[in-house]
Design a protein around this ligand. Structure first.
Ligand code: ADP
Length: 625
């Protein structure tokens, strides 16, 4: 169990697990076709990017409402004959009619005349059909139109594929290895004689297909049937053009299709759809889909990135980052479509973001719960330790201090009756007295420390003369210095009284002087000086003692730190300088040490003359080391 936990905690194992998970999700997701989402997002790209301009080679002749109105009826066979006669003069490259001649009203003679009227024209009839499987040619039209060249120009509507909304998005370029009408016409302008030579083609069953790049509605030059019929156009305008003729009367929805650009009832006439198809091929502008392997890679990368964000970034920020990413990716897809005609996959990357997010959020919650449980337990332990410590401190102050005071009192009492004691007893009592004094001091330091740590230290400011404090402290250590034959010299400049906490500063001075005497050899000198400089009171305690090594100097103000040479002697707690620095800093002052090994040390206190404690961070955990 432990082995498994350690194994899972290994960061390399975690990365491998994440990659494995990402691959799994991506592969499983790729098995689902998300065409509806993909092609709806494709439509948005087609709508929100600039539409390409037509090539100018395709021209429309529309049987429009205007023509019907002017004629007073649907165009009849003789009108169509007149139209074809009229077109002949302008020498178009091709004339393609999409209107079934069998449905054109007219007498038998008129229809025969119509069948003849296309002679001499590069005329084709575009059928919304494909040849029967296995048949090389399209079925001929019945008499009298059997001579007309029938070409396959089917509308490919997405009823059961892609977005399944019945819209026209695709074209068929090739069916059973024969080019359809649009591909044949386009090859007149470019040298592409087979369907796969065009950009963006793909195979679907027995056909080669591609996507249509739609121009804005009405972008093609168009003429009304009636105008062309009566010759009200300049023949030059149609010279070498592909002329497409068809219905646009807005009467039958069968003549119209919906497209990526519009889903309205009569969004685009089938005639204009054919124009878009041919023109896309002429300019070789079919949008290119991303190949499956690349889609898989992009999805995998996005999946992995989502996992990293969900697992490593704070939830709020992670959500923002993911939102930002999805928006940026959408903008990138638009830009890539507009600039390179390339359709980045959108559905799979988007879905993978959601899946990763919803899969991993509960996992993250579990991990965080476990962590906070661990923190809670640790905290519990720390609280217990803290409680034990303060109980211990309380015991120190009450249960130790009282008997100690009694011992000290008794020792002093005995010392007063010194005459009754022999030399050994006198020494023993003096030792009891000194040891209990040291112990009292130690307990005092420990109590100060505990007060600092529980942030209980408060300053009691009073106006005091620093020089007077120095004199008192020097006097206190008179006995100690004399015993070591150390001369304590004072150089005290007259100073104004300043506001300070007398007890704390006295403790600081005592500690510095005591250290100076303690760490000096017999007969050395200690100098205490005071002066005023730059608006500060500067107090220095300099000795000629053993000094402090360079590597130890930065540590002497640390809690419980004792120098290498001091650790062996029993006197001292390693708290003195820590407390001194803390107390000085409580006064907004500084305490610094300079020292040279073997030559001596100088401790410098700087206290502000004008103590302003308004911004004072009273409640500090300890001095700045
Ligand atoms: P203590 O004196 O109880 O060990 P302090 O916090 O007062 O603790 O001092 C920490 C250490 O700094 C001492 O153990 C000693 O090594 C060094 N030190 C302090 N003052 C002096 C000094 N005047 N000369 C040399 N070493 C000193």
């Amino acid at each position: 169990m432990n082995f498994l936990e350690n194994w899972i905690r290994d960061t390399r194992v975690q990365t491998a697990l994440r990659i494995g998970f990402a691959v799994l999700i991506t592969v499983v997701l790729s098995q689902f076709r998300l065409d509806v989402l993909e092609f709806n997002s494709y439509d948005l790209r087609a709508q929100w990017t600039p539409k390409p301009q037509p090539s100018g080679h395709v021209v429309l002749v529309r049987v429009d409402a205007e023509s019907v109105k002017t004629l007073g009826r649907e165009p009849e066979a003789r009108d169509w004959s007149a139209l074809f006669h009229s077109l002949r003069a302008s020498r178009p490259l091709a004339v393609v009619s999409f209107t079934n001649p069998m449905e054109i009203p007219g007498s038998h003679q008129e229809k025969e005349a119509l069948a003849q009227s296309t002679q001499g024209l590069p005329f084709l009839f575009g059928a919304n059909d494909l040849p029967q499987t296995g048949q090389a040619e399209m079925a001929r039209l019945p008499a009298p139109f059997e001579a007309w060249s029938v070409q396959p120009a089917p509308k490919a509507l997405d009823r059961s594929v892609l977005a399944r909304d019945g819209s026209a998005r695709r074209m068929i370029l090739d069916y059973e290895d024969r080019l359809t009408l649009p591909a044949k016409l386009a090859s007149a302008f470019n040298n592409k004689t087979s369907a796969p030579q065009y950009a963006g083609t793909f195979r679907l069953l027995d056909s080669v297909q591609a996507f249509i790049r739609f121009r804005a509605k009405g972008a093609f030059t168009s003429y009304s049937f009636h105008d062309v019929m009566i010759g009200a156009f300049s023949p030059e305008d149609l010279k070498n053009k592909i002329v497409l003729i068809g219905s646009d009367t807005q009467v039958s929805s069968a003549d119209y299709v919906t497209t990526p650009l519009s889903k309205e009832m009569l969004a685009l006439s089938s005639l204009e759809l054919q124009a878009n198809t041919i023109d896309t091929l002429i300019l070789n502008q079919s949008p290119r889909m991303t190949p499956d392997w690349l889609r898989l890679l992009i999805t995998l990368a996005i999946c992995f990135m989502t996992m990293e964000i969900v697992l490593k970034v704070r939830p709020g920020r992670g959500l923002l980052m993911l939102g930002g990413f999805v928006i940026s990716y959408a903008v990138l897809s638009l830009a890539v479509f507009a600039a390179f005609n390339w359709v980045l996959p959108f559905a799979h990357p988007l879905v993978v973001v959601f899946i990763c997010y919803y899969f991993l959020i509960p996992y993250r919650l579990i991990i965080e719960n476990r962590k906070s449980w661990e923190y809670y337990q640790k905290n519990q332990l720390l609280t217990q330790v803290e409680e034990l410590k303060s109980n211990f401190m309380r015991m120190m102050s009450h249960d130790l201090k009282t008997p100690l005071a009694r011992i000290q009192g008794m020792a002093e009492l005995i010392q007063k009756e010194e005459s009754a004691l022999n030399e050994t007893q006198k020494k023993a009592v003096a030792s009891i007295s000194q040891s209990s004094e040291e112990l009292t001091e130690f307990i005092g330091s420990i109590l100060s420390l505990s007060r600092i740590e529980s942030k209980e230290v408060k300053l009691h400011l009073q106006s005091r003369d620093i020089n007077e404090l120095v004199r008192q402290v020097t006097r206190k250590y008179d006995f100690m210095s004399k015993r070591k034959h150390i001369e304590v010299v004072t150089e005290l400049e007259p100073l104004f009284s300043v506001k300070l906490d007398e007890d704390l500063i006295r403790q600081v001075l005592s500690n510095l002087l005591e250290n100076a005497i303690k760490y000096s050899t017999e007969g050395a000198k200690v100098l205490i000086s005071t002066e005023e400089a730059d608006g500060q009171i500067v107090i220095q305690v300099a000795d000629q003692g053993r000094g402090i090594a360079v590597d130890e100097l930065p540590h002497v103000f640390e809690r419980f730190y004792r120098g290498r040479d001091s650790r062996s002697d029993g006197t001292g707690s390693g708290l003195g300088l820590y407390l001194a620095k803390y107390f000085v800093e409580l006064h907004n002052g500084t305490l610094e040490a300079e020292s040279e090994l073997g030559k001596g040390s100088t401790f410098t206190i700087r206290l502000p003359m004008d103590l302003n404690l308004e911004h004072k961070p009273f409640e500090r955990g300890g001095p700045h080391a």
